[in-house]
Write a protein that binds this ligand. Structure first.
Ligand SMILES: NC(=O)c1ccc[n+]([C@@H]2O[C@H](COP(=O)([O-])OP(=O)(O)OC[C@H]3O[C@@H](n4cnc5c(N)ncnc54)[C@H](O)[C@@H]3O)[C@@H](O)[C@H]2O)c1
Ligand SMILES: O=c1ccn([C@@H]2O[C@H](COP(=O)(O)OP(=O)(O)O[C@H]3O[C@H](CO)[C@@H](O)[C@H](O)[C@H]3O)[C@@H](O)[C@H]2O)c(=O)[nH]1
Length: 362
């Protein structure tokens, strides 16, 4: 029986592994995490995250071929394939602070894999990481590896929160990047065989490692860019009497552009878009491409502009003062069908309005 271990039982690790367990009854899947409370919740009736359809999937497999545990070392050492799905937030201090990805959690996961492995393993980057991370991970894993062979694959996740189960059941594509050596290609095939249990072969794309790593950052940058484009257009609509929904509809009916992701908003939120674009900007700067960095930075600048424009309009609509007024926020998460409030625009708008009246309560 093939054994999979996933390090990181979060928004990606939990649902992704639950779906692999459901679709591959012949594979044993263990999801491990250093957070005791998170693992306890995964083993209870109150899962730590809300995703439509997730409860049903977990209930069908948990205790059969899906296990949640804090015994990281045991499950890593027993696994044939180790997914790493830990958080990779923006660095808050040191070199690249405010832009670069913080790979502290990734590095400590890699060190555990190196320390406890007694057999050859495929290590899969599931987290979103900077391009070329696999090179660094390879160095950590092969240092003192006592003859154990590791193959690193990049298999970025494209699910969106709120539709995670649907996205995992029916992905637009699964992307697998590996080394272009016989051993690398063998590892790619082994991971492809896992997804082939339910994903049609023509939707499983294989590339080299760097293309897979970069494609994830590129996909998020393109998606966020569409939102900043329509949000920028919304400012011009408000100034001219055009209606942004009508403009977006008219633009989106061009089949070369397409209708999705053209909803004007208070700005995009969530734990991914801003972090991943900042990371992309930093990588461009490090590679001596300031013009390219500047281009992508503009997507974030427009997003910040949209958020402050929203606050200014709210305040202006109340005669330029919100003192002694009560403002209700309808929905605090960053989008519908999720309980996730990381980087929600509601926080920025709350801060904006609270600073305007000098009081911090809503
Ligand atoms: N949230 C999404 O919708 C989404 C979608 C696609 C990709 N991603 C990417 O996937 C990665 C994970 O995101 P997430 O939202 O699931 O994060 P998360 O914070 O929900 O989960 C990460 C988990 O990893 C655990 N962890 C950290 N270090 C560990 C270690 N050394 N050993 C064991 N466990 C450890 C944490 O305790 C946490 O529970 C990020 O790189 C993110 O950019 C996220
Ligand atoms: O037309 C649109 C679409 C989205 N949003 C906002 O954009 C943000 C992000 O939404 P969405 O992309 O649906 O959610 P995420 O869970 O952040 O998913 C994104 O980030 C994930 C993490 O990398 C990727 O895996 C997904 O493919 C990518 O869609 C939210 O605040 C939305 O309200 C808009 O303002 N207008």
């Amino acid at each position: 029986m093939v054994k999979i271990c996933c390090i990181g039982a979060g928004y990606v690790g939990g649902p992704t592994m639950a779906v692999i367990a459901l679709k591959c009854p012949s594979i044993e899947v263990a999801v491990v995490d250093i957070s005791v409370s998170r693992i306890n919740a995964w083993n209870s009736d109150q899962l730590p995250i809300y995703e439509p359809g997730l409860d049903g999937v977990v209930k069908q497999c948990r205790g059969k071929n899906l296990f949640f545990s804090t015994d990281v070392e045991k499950h890593v050492s027993e696994a044939d394939i180790v997914f790493v799905s830990v958080n990779t937030p923006t660095k808050t201090q040191g070199l690249g602070a405010g832009k670069a990805a913080d790979l502290t959690y990734w590095e400590s996961a890699a060190r555990v894999i190196a320390d406890v492995s007694k057999s050859d393993k495929i290590v899969v980057e599931k987290s979103t990481v900077p391009v070329k991370t696999a090179e660094a991970i390879e160095k950590i894993l092969t240092h003192n590896s006592k003859g154990i062979k590791f193959q690193i694959l990049s298999n970025p996740e494209f699910l969106a929160e709120g539709t995670a189960i649907q996205d995992l059941f029916n992905p637009d594509r699964v992307l697998i990047g590996g080394r272009e050596t016989p051993e690398g290609q063998k590892a790619v095939k082994a991971l492809k065989d896992v997804y082939a249990h339910w994903v049609p072969e023509d939707r499983i794309l294989t590339t080299n490692l760097w293309s897979a790593e970069l494609s994830k950052l590129a996909a998020n940058a393109f998606l966020a860019q569409r939102i900043s484009s329509v949000n920028a257009m919304s400012a011009l609509c408000e100034a001219t009497g055009a209606n942004v929904s009508q403009v977006a509809f008219a633009v989106g009916t061009d089949s070369r552009i397409g209708p999705k992701f053209l909803n004007a908003s208070v700005g995009f939120g969530g734990s991914c878009f801003q972090k991943d674009i900042l990371n992309l900007v930093y990588i461009c700067e490090c590679n001596g491409l300031p013009e390219v960095a500047e281009y992508w930075k503009q997507v974030i600048k427009i997003n910040d502009y949209q958020k402050s424009r929203f606050v200014n309009r709210v305040v202006a609509s109340m005669f330029n003062t919100v003192s002694n007024k009560k403002i209700a926020v309808l929905g605090f998460a960053f989008k519908k069908d999720t309980g996730d409030t990381r980087e929600t625009p509601a926080i920025d708008s709350h801060h904006g309005e609270a600073s305007e009246r000098g009081l911090g309560c809503l």
